[in-house]
Design a protein around this ligand. Structure first.
Ligand code: HMG
Length: 432
């Protein structure tokens, strides 16, 4: 049977399922049931989800958790997190609780500028192009007024447009490099619409003015936003780091060393930053933002000095332990999924309907907290103890443990180390 198809997009949802199941899945009844099991009984809600993307066949659930006790600039938040990985929400919660008793997190929005570019080719004299750009710049902005009018009324809009000469990189390559303030919107549609208008005006006017043609290659926002930056930090006296049998001096020293390693060693930096993204992505997803854009921008920022490095930094100075991060986050709290996905609305309500700048601060804190929790485990007990404790339920579910078995095994592992094989052994023993 052919495994390719023309016109798949035109099939109904149930025809799509039938085709996928009969073409690719041998256990077709079970697969079909699994796909349908995830349909929502509320038809309107299901249709809303079907229409978020294309060729929808079902819903793919992620758990939505909440990490309470985040004290940020004196306000206490419960932070919604959508993520599949066990121990992330527990780690964030534990770090939040720890810092709540030590003054909480402090944050500052450093900048909120977003970027878009029209990439074009031009083989003529650069001085002619410069003169032409300077003469046309006001018109580029004027012609975009129908797009920018509402944003300007709210206080945002186009900040500037520059002509950038990139001919050192590619012969004949230039950019219109534009900066924008998009306030509470992530701004992708707004920026792309402005850019396409710039391109249209630029090309049309160039035809009448320049001797050589302008060939627009593409007009698109950049997800690299080093000037949409937020800082999150915590600090306390070294003695205040004391908890349980942790020696605060030794802990602070090891912690700072762990961060230093991630500052110089890219293999470690990638994992270190992955831990930060555990927190960032989970809140970004829960609040309906684009985690791919955030991921791409954050990792580019981690390489801004020409080498991939830790996003967080730590020091001990004059008896004070400080831990901080600056991270670029272009987020929105209006538009996109924020007003469409019912759980996104609930998540934003839990956070008190934040403005985009407030959400930037919350998301940065979630990343910093996550990194603090991971590094505390790594430099003390090792990561597996806490992670496996949280992962226990996943292993029990793999073995279809019933509630009586779960209770007995969870009790057993209160005093034993969780490893996959130890859990399997305990289940087998119980069942025998
Ligand atoms: P613990 O000390 O065993 O926890 O920590 P506890 O039972 O004493 O509870 C203390 C608090 O932790 C609780 O306070 C909660 O806030 C939280 P309470 O609610 O009781 O007032 N907590 C929980 N919250 C929700 N559900 C739970 C739960 N248990 C504790 N079941 C913990 C256990 C896992 C928190 C700790 O060991 C930890 O923080 N581990 C780090 C885990 C981690 O970083 N996970 C991320 C996945 S690993 C990874 O991908 C990243 C990594 O590679 C990054 C890197 O290398 O840098 C590690």
């Amino acid at each position: 049977m052919s495994k390719s198809i023309s016109g798949f997009s035109k099939l109904s949802k149930s025809e799509k399922i039938d085709w996928i199941v009969s073409t690719y899945l041998s256990n077709s009844d079970i697969a079909k049931n699994t796909i349908k099991q995830y349909f929502n009984t509320d038809k309107k809600l299901q249709q809303l989800h079907d229409e978020f993307i294309e060729n929808t066949i079902s819903n793919y659930y992620l758990p939505l958790g909440v990490a309470p006790n985040f004290l940020i600039n004196g306000i206490t938040y419960a932070v919604p997190m959508a993520i599949e990985e066990s121990s992330v929400v527990a780690a964030a919660s534990k770090a939040a609780k720890f810092w709540m008793d030590r003054g909480g997190f402090k944050t500052t929005v450093i900048s909120t500028t977003k970027i878009g570019q029209v990439h074009f080719m031009y083989e003529g004299a650069v001085d002619d192009l410069r003169l032409f750009f300077n003469s046309i710049k006001t018109k580029l902005i004027e012609d975009s007024k129908p797009i920018t009018k509402n944003m300007e009324m709210r206080g945002g809009g186009i900040i500037d447009i520059e002509l950038r000469d990139k001919t050192e990189n590619i012969e004949g390559y230039y950019q219109l490099h534009a900066t924008f303030e998009t306030l509470d919107a992530m701004g992708a549609n707004f920026i792309n619409s402005c850019l396409e208008q710039f391109a249209k005006t630029f090309k049309a006017e160039a035809e009448d003015t320049l001797d050589s043609p302008v060939e627009v290659i593409m007009s698109i926002l950049s997800n690299y936003v080093p000037d949409c930056l937020v800082r999150a930090e915590v600090s306390c006296e070294i003695e205040a780091l004391s908890e349980g049998d942790i020696d605060p001096e030794a802990f602070a020293k090891r912690f700072v060393q762990a961060v230093s390693i991630a500052e110089v060693e890219p293999h470690r930096a990638v994992t270190h930053n992955k831990g930060i993204m555990n927190g960032i992505d989970a809140v970004v997803l829960a609040t309906g933002n684009d985690f791919r854009a955030i991921e791409a921008g954050v990792h580019a920022y981690a390489s801004k000095d020409g080498k991939y490095k830790s996003l967080t930094h730590a020091k001990v100075e004059d008896g004070i332990f400080s831990f901080w991060m600056e991270v670029p986050l272009a987020l929105g709290t209006v538009g996109g999924l924020t007003s469409l996905h019912p759980l996104v609305k609930v998540s934003l309500d839990i956070l008190g309907k934040p403005k985009a700048t407030e959400l930037m601060q919350i998301v940065a804190v979630a990343g910093l907290a996550q990194n603090f929790a991971a590094l505390r485990s790594l430099t003390t007990t090792g990561i597996q103890e806490g992670h496996m404790k949280m992962h226990l339920m996943n292993i029990l579910n793999q073995f279809d443990a019933n509630s009586r078995e779960k209770e007995a095994i969870v009790n057993h592992f209160k005093t034993h180390t969780v490893t996959h094989s130890a859990v399997v052994e305990a289940i087998n023993k119980l069942r025998a």
